[in-house]
Every structure is written in C-alpha cells, then in structure tokens.
Design a binder for this molecule. Sequence first.
Ligand SMILES: *[C@@H]1O[C@H](CO)[C@@H](O)[C@H](O)[C@H]1NC(C)=O
Length: 349
Amino acid sequence: MSPSPPLLLLLCAVGATAAAVPRYREAPHFTNSAAAQCPPPLPPSNADAACSPHAAVHVAMTLDASYLRGTMAAVLSVLRHASCPESIYFHFIASATATKATAEELRATVRASFPSLAFRVYPFADEARVAGLISTSIRGALDRPLNYARSYLASTLPPCVRRVVYLDSDIVLTDDIASLAATPLPGEETAVAAPEYCGANFTAYFTPGFWASPALSSTFAGRRACYFNTGVMVLDLARWRRAGYTAQIEEWMELQKRVRIYELGSLPPFLLVFAGRIASVDHRWNQHGLGGDNYRGLCRGLHAGAVSLLHWSGKGKPWDRLDAGRPCPLDAVWAKYDLLRPAAGIESS
Ligand SMILES: *[C@@H]1O[C@H](CO)[C@@H](O)[C@H](O)[C@H]1NC(C)=O
C-alpha cells in the first residue's frame, strides 16, 4: 500500500527539518599565481598548518547557520582575488552551544564547497562568559554572542598566529587580501588597523550620560578618536595578548551593564579601547553601510573613491533582499559570489 497524501506530506516535512543547511555548490579551485612568488600551497584542513610559515595570510571569520551564506560568499571572494589563494589559512569561530551535529554540518559544508581550503573550526570557548556581559542593543542581531568573537581572537587562535585579518560575514572582497594584511602597524602597542572615519559624528556613538561624566569621557582625552568599523580589521594578536585588550573590552561591557553608555553592540567597547590608537587603512577596504541603517535596511550607494571590499553592514542583507525579489543595485555584486545559486561568471582565474 502506498502512503496516503497526508503521510507523504509528513515525510516531506521531516525531510525538510533534517536538512537544516542547504546544499551549496562547489567553488572553482583557485591556484597560486606563478608570477606572485607565493609560498608552497598549504595542505587542506590541517590544524598544524595554522602555524606553518607558509601561511601567508590568516583570516578569521565566524561560522554559523544564520550567516553561513554570507561567509561562503566572502571566502569565495577572498580566494577569487588573491594572488596566493592556496597560502591563506581560514580560522572559523563557531558557537560552542551549537550541537555537535550542527558544528559538523557547518564544517562539512565549507569542506564540500572548498575541497582544498586550509581551515579550522574553533568552538567559541568564551561564549558563555560573553553572553553574561552582553547588554541589549538597538538591533537584536547585534546581540548574538558570536558577534563578540572578534574580541576573543587572541585567546581562540593558537599563539603562533600573530597577524590576522578579521572579516564580518556580510562582505565581499574585490581585491587581493594580501595587500590588506600587509598594512603597517607602527609602534609597539598598535594592535588594530582599520579604515578611520574622522568625519563621522563620534559623539553619537555614546549616550549623553557618558559624555556628561568626566570620569568616563576623559578616557578619550588626548586621543584623536575617530569612528572605525569593526567588520574589517587587521589585528596584531601578539600585541593584543601582551596588552590584555580583551580584559579592557570586558571592563567596558561590565560598566555598560550598570550604566548605559552606548546603544550599539560590540562596536562601542572597541571604540572605547582603540579609537585614536589604530593604524589607518585606506577607505577602499571597507565600503560599509550597504545594508542601510539599523532600522529599515534602505538601499545605499558606494562612498566616493576606490573599492577593494564591499560591506553590507546595517539591517539589510543582500541574500535576504535577493530572495525577496527586491535587491538593491549593489546586491548584484554580492550575487556573483553566492554559492547557493548557479555559477554566474566567477570562474577560475
Ligand atoms: C553629533 O551627535 C550628537 C548626539 O547625537 C548631537 O547632539 C550633535 O548635534 C551631533 N553633531 C553634529 C555636528 O551633527
């Protein structure tokens, strides 16, 4: 006897919940350019390779089910435009509270689309600790503990990794990441490099109460503090560890739990510790705000100047707008790297 229609529906529903992660297509393989004097290619998925002197660039990103599609596109864009794609090591931080099956599924998804990628997935060991420190912000998505993983890279990645490029999941590169990774970090204490925006209204990132308190606002005394976006940063983890910057960030988060000093998520503590103390990066490396604002996700255009990296920061994500059939004009750039759709012109270089 064949199953009756209701039973068939039930079977389909069960099948759908089991396949939580959609099937991504395999990315083209990108090889080291003969002209670029690259080191020998890294072995795929070998934890020891993280400490290999042949790892020319280290990249850190988060990995979770809700932003997976963004992460996959970002990785493809990094490889596509790198002169030494086989010498890049990816460090993915995944939620430690995700089930083993979910973590394995995420790892397997990356492996299936990038069979020769050198990467490792780390559970976010400080997740429970940071969850206790998070205060509610203006946008729920900013309050995920994994959003704070960038503050814990120094303790999450092995001590052999000194310099790392941290990337949000809602970005695509259109240029060689080696140029970004080579940003000079002058001085013995500079641990962060990022594009600075001194024209942005820095006052607006903190509450009137913060500015009214000399004890608090004097933290910026003597610093030329400018806004920077924490979605694209070059970090010197050796200096970070030495200076104990994670503890400094946590101190501000603890204060925020008692006195409201800002409204956004992981960004303000970074500004409190680092604004005015970072190495500058050309604005081309973070054309941010393409997701619109934190409330409505309007379409935004590029800022003036060159473009090496597009960043859909803000509420609107290109994959959501494409799926909804209401993409913004620049979402077409992101769509070229979307591994959930058929190949659209991103072939091996
Ligand atoms: C900067 O932001 C603060 C706080 O939101 C506001 O009071 C001030 O008028 C703004 N300044 C400028 C120049 O827009």
